[in-house]
Design a protein around this ligand. Structure first.
Ligand SMILES: C[S@@+](CC[C@H](N)C(=O)[O-])C[C@H]1O[C@@H](n2cnc3c(N)ncnc32)[C@H](O)[C@@H]1O
Length: 276
């Protein structure tokens, strides 16, 4: 396929049931909108372990529901939260959509980080509350690693206290808080990589994901013997990077718009595949 953009890049035939599972967190860059295309590509490889090195809000894994998965993200608080769900998390801290409570909980969360206690259950509870209540579901840290997202000012928020319904679903998956390059892969793993977009602002965790990381990623993915699928913003340099590495590219329009520059055009997304 050439560089021309097309909406209908892939057949949407799966004939599968869709699972009524709601995402647990609000997460920037979530890929629920891409799920039909991802399913089409993944289903023939269902017997392989799914590796998602940028698992974020789990919007993809919770839809693909792999038997076997290695899910990782560099954000240790996010992974800690999932690991607590695996142990059977129910939330006992007070949760209200109130700015005073929000800033008090944020202070407490940062205090746990300061004391090296960010892996305890209370940190997971606070992380969930901050994610629901903070601005736009952002998860941003300052350069010292402290959470600094302001209050979200939503009209209403639905807080969940009992995560037991998710426990069975995710308990068979392995979660790791790490940079993608540290993962130990099996040659038959199916990798779906959804890195931070190639844009200037990519501060999900305290480490930024810059151009060097995009290059590091394509080099790492190129070495993998099994099937690889990656999504990213279709910038010129990303297209060139993956074309040069021998990936097959498909284009589509993302529902989000390019607005930080005042441009209201729909963002262009690229799916790059290898070994599929
Ligand atoms: C676009 S989001 C992934 C969204 C996810 N696919 C979803 O649907 O929710 C990118 C993720 O990459 C993570 N990340 C950033 N740098 C990373 C790195 N070097 N290694 C692993 N994960 C990283 C961020 O914490 C963020 O959760």
């Amino acid at each position: 396929m050439g560089r021309g953009l097309t909406q209908e890049l892939l057949p949407l035939e799966l004939g599968e049931m869709s699972f009524p599972i709601q995402p647990i967190l609000k997460w920037a860059g979530g890929k629920r909108w891409l799920i039909q295309q991802l399913k089409t590509l993944y289903v023939p490889y269902r017997s392989c372990r799914l590796v998602e090195p940028f698992c974020g809000g789990l919007s993809v894994s919770l839809k693909l529901l792999p038997e076997n998965a290695l899910l990782s993200d560099i954000n240790p608080h996010l992974i800690n939260f999932y690991q607590w769900i695996q142990k059977g998390l129910t939330i006992s801290i007070p949760m209200e959509n109130d700015s005073e409570m929000y800033y008090a909980h944020r202070e407490l969360f940062n205090e746990l980080i300061r004391m090296g206690k960010s892996r305890i259950r209370q940190a997971a509870e606070l992380f969930y509350y901050l994610n629901r209540t903070g601005y736009n579901g952002l998860c941003r840290f300052n350069r010292h690693g402290f959470y600094n997202v302001p209050f979200g000012q939503y009209k209403t928020i639905h807080y969940q206290r009992n995560f037991k319904p998710y426990q069975n679903l995710i308990s068979r998956w392995e979660f790791l808080p790490t940079d993608f390059e540290n993962l130990k892969l099996n040659s038959s793993d199916f990798i779906y990589a959804d890195p931070p977009y190639d844009v200037k602002f990519t501060q999900y965790a305290k480490e930024d994901f810059g151009w060097n990381d995009q290059v590091r990623l394509v080099e790492w993915l190129s070495k993998h013997k099994g099937p690889v699928l990656i999504s990213n913003q279709a910038t010129e340099r990303i297209i060139e990077l993956y074309e040069k590495a021998g990936f097959k590219l498909f284009y589509l329009l993302a529902p989000r718009r390019i607005s930080c520059s005042g441009n209201r055009d729909k963002a262009q997304e690229v799916l790059a595949v290898k070994g599929i």
